[in-house]
Design a protein around this ligand. Sequence first.
Ligand code: DGP
Length: 115
Amino acid sequence: MAEDCIFCKIANHEIPSNFVYEDDQVVAFKDLNPVAPVHVLIVPKDHKLNLSQYSQEDEQLLGHILYAAAHIARELGLEENGYRVVTNAGPDAGQSVMHTHFHLLGGRKLSFDKQ
Ligand code: DGP
């Protein structure tokens, strides 16, 4: 756990949050500023800055995060219409919380800026 990391504190249940899923490796909770009707953050419990800090040793965890995303999407009824999973790594992606997290978005048509 990293000091002064808000997502570490949420994952550690030191700060209350709107949890939708938890297991031994990840927690998932509703985003504070949702940009879609369903906006869940999937957060590994171990603190790392973003995707660029993972190595081949983390393949299991990274696969598990996507598995958890698909599981949560199913539980929240997103499977039929679809959903998006995205992670922001670094300033050009607009990462604002410095603890790895994956956004699960759904419940509306999602545009995609490829520029
Ligand atoms: P990103 O731009 O990828 O770093 O997105 C960070 C997201 O985290 C952003 O959508 C807002 C959300 N967020 C920031 N602080 C909190 C918090 O304390 N609680 C919750 N639930 N979400 C937060």
